[in-house]
Write a protein that binds this ligand. Structure first.
Ligand SMILES: [Fe+2]
Length: 217
């Protein structure tokens, strides 16, 4: 088994987060999935450039930013690993900032039968896709954003922990989040690329070692 900080590694970028103005969360681009929103990385209205600069200063960059919202009416994500457009199921990395409800853990699982999974597309539309080359967003009528779904009966819990402000998270391992309490939880989730391999996502260990000076001890 991996050690605990190979699933969630807390970082310290200073007090301010990725959002320029946290009160603007609900003004970010709405996806047609009611619980999803999207921020274009180059959108100065939403993004705190100081944090973007920190990430870029160590040789990483933000490929895209998703906003995931959990509310009492929709309080749990399915168990999944993030493959997105990538084909690296076991290892992918995001930097997540939690706004609002910070008491809801991210739970990681091991599939009992790893051969049993489904590749699923997001159920409705992902409206905006970032183009890292053209640095613009394209409106998409149809989603090409995918994830690997696991049935709850086919997984056993291996680790759970709180996501911080921010934390590096291992999103290639099956995981979910369950809301605890009534307060909405917003997860601002940056998909991280490596400048030396701009068309592939960074791995967790690579991003962790590049960000070592920012580990929260
Ligand atoms: Fe995920």
């Amino acid at each position: 088994m991996k050690s605990s900080n190979e699933y969630i590694l807390h970082l310290d970028f200073g007090a301010d987060g990725i959002l320029k103005d946290p009160d603007n969360i609900e003004k970010t681009h709405k996806d047609k999935n009611p619980e999803l929103m999207y921020i274009w990385t180059g959108h100065p209205e939403f993004v705190n450039q100081r944090v973007v600069d920190i990430i870029e200063s160590v040789g990483l960059f933000i490929l895209a930013i998703d906003v995931f919202k959990l509310v009492p009416e929709n309080d749990t994500w399915v168990v999944h690993s993030d493959v997105g457009l990538w084909d690296r199921q076991e290892d992918s990395v995001k930097i997540n900032w939690i706004y609002g409800n910070q008491q809801s853990p991210m739970i990681f699982y091991k599939p009992k039968d790893p051969s049993k999974y489904e590749i699923r597309a997001l159920p409705l539309f992902t409206t905006f896709i970032a183009d890292p080359v053209l640095k613009q967003i394209t409106e998409q009528g149809k989603t090409d954003s995918k994830y690997v779904y696991y049935d709850h009966n086919n997984v056993e819990e291996i680790y759970q922990g709180l996501v911080g402000f921010p934390s590096l998270v291992q999103s290639g391992v099956p995981h979910t989040v369950r809301l605890i309490g009534e307060e909405p939880r917003y997860c601002i989730s940056a998909i991280i690329g490596d400048k030396s391999e701009p068309f592939k996502p960074a791995t967790f260990s690579n991003a962790a070692s590049k960000l070592q000076q920012y580990w929260l001890q």
